[in-house]
Design a protein around this ligand. Structure first.
Ligand code: SF4
Length: 578
């Protein structure tokens, strides 16, 4: 079964901006923090905000204190003034595109124009827009209402930013024929239009469509209407538990789209449920294979095998023949640290990967035992590999164990970070640094007692590969990480810049390997290993184009890059010795 996720599915610019502003407000301002009305039409996001202590202010009191955030839909100007007068610190998160419509209405209302707004009378955005329209105003929600428009001398027509494009076109055509003197402003947001066009295109290539989003979200409702009108079986769900799986069993391809207020983890949860659906039906062998893969990935076993493979390649690149103890140390270190951090920092997985969160919650004792056993095994092997290796292993393990743990309650002298994970981009950089040491320095330090130029090259190559992998997964987890306050590189720099950095970085890694091989700093295997960063660039482009979708298969593909380093080196070593 093929699953296609619409490229436009999920948070639009305005919603993302408002969510980020409210999450930032929790760091900048002291409680209480409110949103004036529900921030977005998504019950799961609202639940998380509630857990974070962000409350919804429904009525403006005569006196109040704290910070109030105005949501992306905007509010009427008199409400803004009331909030200020009540004593609140007001932060305006109105979407810039909504502000543009408010400005059009405000400027022309001053010149005596009546405002005709095409939209839902009760929608928060429309209520806000009406506040700028002065005395002469009207909301049009159906073609029938057009006949009831009073004969305004001059008027403007604008649309609610998330209005159905086709309906607005029909309204425009009516005005052209009946009141051509009125000024029409096409204020439908580009994001809404693209989303609606994409669902129409999607309907042509799939057998069924799933629309994900809050039931009270107007733009999601319109996407569902468009999907239904296409004639393809269409389903409107808020979360994966509402999926009618038996109705989807026979679909060979399913399209997923989502409203502007649906976080990407909400979409991913739907995808993950659909991904495993055919296996539930009648493919026991595939189901077994999938469960085995899930176990390897969730328990970080496959990742740890990848670490062992990188270590093997790193040892060969440094001319060290006996790689086994160091590959084992790298394996033990990676498995122990990753399981431990998954156990102590599971909150983000609740959103990003609920299946994984459930796996950790249900297998906590056995996973804790596995993390301890592999950690101790690594420590013992490191001890037998020399004092410096042991010391480095111990230090890296302590930092790894402290990563999620509150070490400075309440921050320290103005530093807001209470845990290492609170330091911006700490996860992405620390994981790469620790892996690079474990995979490239232990062998030369143990065998030669010192590092060489090839060790430095291999350190950057190995750290670079891990950095790219971690940052790539961080991009997919951005919404969930944001919700729980994880400070990853994409959160600090944004998705686009991180993607750009990863592409440039991968090219540099390939150049580093090729140049180092050419200069005889490392053996000729470096030429072949340059394939890995280049393949990673291909993955990035495929992800951007929507050819590959976050899920277990993608995770397996990315982790396989590490295993590939071992295979490539093994083939090279075989022919080289031969
Ligand atoms: S749909 Fe468009 S106008 Fe509305 S909040 Fe999103 S970006 Fe802004």
């Amino acid at each position: 079964m093929k699953i296609v996720i619409a490229q436009t599915a999920g948070f639009c610019m305005g919603v993302r901006r408002a969510v980020e502003m409210v999450l930032d407000a929790t760091k900048k301002y002291s409680s209480p923090i409110y949103t004036y009305g529900p921030l977005i039409h998504n019950p799961q996001v609202l639940e998380i905000l509630n857990e974070k202590g962000i409350r919804i202010l429904e009525e403006i009191p005569s006196k109040g204190f704290g910070t109030v955030l105005i949501r992306a839909h905007g509010i009427p100007p008199d409400k803004y003034e009331q909030l200020k007068e009540a004593g609140f610190n007001v932060i305006d998160a109105t979407c810039p595109r909504v502000i543009k419509v408010q400005t059009i209405i405000k400027n022309l209302a001053r010149k005596g124009y009546a405002s005709i707004i095409v939209g839902d009378r009760d929608h928060a955005e429309v209520i806000g827009l009406l506040g700028y329209a002065g005395e002469k105003k009207m909301v049009i929600g159906s073609l029938k209402q057009l006949e009831t428009i009073p004969p305004f001398e001059k008027a403007i027509i604008v649309a609610q930013t998330t209005q159905n494009k086709q309906f607005f076109e029909e309204v425009k055509a009516w005005f052209k024929n009946n009141r051509p003197e009125y000024l029409v402003f096409d204020t439908i947001c580009g994001s809404t239009e693209k989303r609606q066009n994409e669902v129409k295109r999607l309907a042509q290539i799939v057998d069924a469509i799933i629309v994900v989003g809050g039931y009270t979200s107007g733009n999601t409702q319109r996407l569902y209407e468009i999907a239904k009108r296409s004639g393809k079986p269409s389903f409107y769900v808020e979360n994966e538990s509402q999926l009618d799986l038996p109705s989807l069993y026979h679909a060979k391809s399913i399209g997923i789209t989502a409203g502007a207020s649906t976080p990407n983890w909400g979409i991913r949860r739907i995808f993950q449920t659909l991904e495993t659906m055919p296996l539930e039906k009648d493919k026991p062998l595939s189901k077994f294979f999938f469960s085995f893969l899930r176990l390897l990935l969730f328990s970080s076993t496959y990742l740890a095998i990848g670490a062992g493979c990188i270590c093997y390649a790193a040892a060969k690149l440094q001319g060290i023949q006996n790689f086994i103890p160091y590959s084992l140390i790298a394996y033990f270190y990676v498995q122990s640290m990753h399981i431990f951090n998954n156990l102590t920092g599971r909150r983000a997985d609740r959103y990003n990967d609920p299946d994984k969160a459930l796996f950790y919650a249900s297998n906590k004792p056995i996973l804790s035992a596995l993390a301890s056993v592999t950690g101790i095994a690594g420590l013992v092997l490191a001890w037998f590999s020399g004092f410096i290796v042991f010391l480095l292993f111990l230090l890296m393990s302590i930092i790894g164990l402290l990563y999620n743990i509150r070490i400075m309650p309440g921050g320290f002298r103005g530093i807001k970070s209470e845990r290492i994970k609170d330091i911006p981009a700490s996860k992405t950089l620390l994981v790469a640094f620790a892996w690079a040491i474990a995979t490239s320095f232990f062998a030369p330090l143990s065998v030669h007692g010192h590092l060489t130029l090839s060790s430095i090259v291999v350190f950057f190559w190995s750290g670079g590969l891990v950095f790219s992998r971690t940052a790539f997964f961080d991009i997919m987890d951005m919404h969930g990480d944001r919700m729980v306050g994880k400070e990853t590189l994409p959160i600090a720099l944004g998705e686009k810049l991180t993607m750009k950095i990863l592409k440039i970085f991968s090219v540099l890694l390939a150049i580093l390997l090729i140049a180092s091989s050419w200069l005889n700093i490392i053996p000729g295997a470096g030429y072949a290993l340059a394939i890995c960063p280049l393949f990673f660039i291909l993955l990035l482009f495929s992800y951007e184009k929507g050819y590959i979708i976050p899920g277990l298969r993608l995770e397996f593909l990315v982790e396989s890059l590490f295993v590939a380093t071992g295979i490539i080196t093994g083939i090279w070593a075989f022919f080289h010795l031969g």
